[in-house]
Design a protein around this ligand. Structure first.
Ligand code: ATP
Length: 237
């Protein structure tokens, strides 16, 4: 698996959100994208998943271009986004939300096995499988959003701010599961986070984004020790 983003430029109408972004994801990695509000992190994910197609540049998945193809075909290739704010379907049950995840997958085999695995990862979802999504707590909704993405059989999981608005204990639990999904299933993880400290602790590599540009890239351990990163994103002067 190889996902290469080459010099992409993406817009909302006349507003240019990405001004030439290049980055690569390789099989089995956890890569994080950190940066402040409005830097362009979400737009980078939306550009990969085809929801905000870049006007210029190229995105290659296993050496073939995917920019310009429809979002559902990108999902079928195994590039699955978990959107910010965990947009699950509140009026559908937990089980129905999970079924929707499997609807777009290319291979319909082993759906039950994947469901069993998810219920092992998140036993609370098994307990609540008949409950409406909208009645779950924030942490449980994030677990459901990740699980729904897993039901789509990801090769690459694009996670947008999984820690947003959650209590520290729940965040830690979710980050442990993200690592587990990566290790046990060789799912490549691309993690957008404002919580740079947490993200860099589980990531292999990281990119820093500012104002529509990538300004730094390095091993996560180097970024954690970088003075500029410490000051700007880790709250360490
Ligand atoms: P945050 O962490 O606040 O979500 P971000 O790094 O994910 O920030 P983006 O959401 O990608 O940043 O936004 C990048 C730029 O594009 C910002 O200037 C933002 O105002 C603009 N933008 C984002 N969504 C839209 C939209 N739907 N219409 C117009 N401009 C937008």
């Amino acid at each position: 698996m190889k996902l290469e983003i080459k010099d992409i430029h993406s817009y909302y109408g006349n507003i240019q959100a990405l001004k030439g972004i290049s980055l690569d994801l390789y099989s089995g990695e956890i890569v994080t994208l950190i940066g402040g509000n409005g830097a362009g992190k979400t737009t980078t994910l939306m550009s990969i998943s085809g929801l905000v197609p870049p006007k210029k540049g190229e995105i290659l998945f296993n050496n073939s271009p995917i920019n310009g193809i429809s979002p559902d075909r990108i999902v079928q290739k195994g590039i699955i986004q978990v959107p910010e704010g965990r947009r699950i379907f509140p009026d559908f049950t937990v089980q129905e939300n999970l079924d929707m995840g499997s609807y777009l997958r290319e291979s319909k085999s082993n759906i039950q096995r994947d469901l069993d695995y998810i219920f092992e990862l998140f036993p609370i979802l098994k307990e609540r499988k008949s409950q409406l999504g909208g009645t779950l707590s924030g942490g449980e909704q994030q677990m459901l959003a990740i699980s729904r993405a897993l039901m789509a059989k990801p090769k690459v999981l694009l996670l947008d701010e999984p820690s947003l608005g959650l209590a520290p204990l729940i965040i830690r639990q979710i980050f442990e599961i993200i690592e587990k999904i990566n290790k046990e299933n060789k799912v490549t993880i691309f993690l957008v986070e404002q919580n740079a400290n947490l993200a860099l602790h589980i990531a292999d590599r990281g990119y820093v984004m500012e104002n529509g540009y990538i300004t730094m890239e390095d091993k996560a351990s180097n970024l954690l020790n970088d003075e500029a990163v410490k000051k700007a994103y880790l709250g360490i002067a």
